[in-house]
Design a protein around this ligand. Structure first.
Ligand code: SF4
Ligand code: SF4
Length: 144
């Protein structure tokens, strides 16, 4: 059962949440993690890189917990991070919707805790509840 099934119930973010990315790169580097992507997202990135899909899968992805994830370097950084995201226009939905993930929006405490990791949380643009629920739709992912 997901939050976006109940747009009319109250949430701690009924008045919206502030978030503006400052481009620190913290979410693309550091501790090992997962950046899952769908077949459609893989096809978009492969197309942007002018690669055959099977070549893209072989060179840039790995199987993680039975799902397709982007590879990362030994230091934990994403294979596509180089002083910023090198595939920004076609980055996976998981990246596009961060930090508005179900796992992070479970509670105000969880949201606040994430701000220790992401300096963009709690500052900048105010995102309305409707926008947040829309971002949640179809993206109930969580960092592992
Ligand atoms: S950690 Fe937050 S502020 Fe830093 S790059 Fe990621 S989304 Fe942007
Ligand atoms: S695809 Fe881009 S935005 Fe997503 S983790 Fe990799 S470098 Fe960061």
């Amino acid at each position: 059962m997901n939050m976006h099934n109940f747009p009319h119930r109250p949430y701690f973010f009924d008045e919206g949440l502030r978030f503006s990315c400052c481009g620190c790169g913290s979410c693309c580097t550091g501790d090992p993690g997962a950046v899952y992507l769908s077949n459609e997202e893989a096809a978009c990135i492969a197309f942007a890189l002018e690669l055959a899909l099977d070549e893209f899968y072989k060179c840039y992805t790995r199987n993680l917990h039975g799902k397709c994830s982007l590879q990362e370097r030994h230091d934990g950084s994403c294979i596509f991070y180089d002083n910023g995201c090198t595939i920004y226009p076609v980055r996976p939905g998981q990246c596009r919707t961060y930090p508005f993930w179900f796992s992070i929006l479970r509670s105000p405490e969880r949201w606040r805790r994430e701000s220790r990791y992401c300096p963009g949380i709690g500052r900048g643009k105010l995102h309305a509840k409707e926008e947040i629920l829309s971002l949640l739709q179809g993206n109930d992912t969580s960092r592992t």
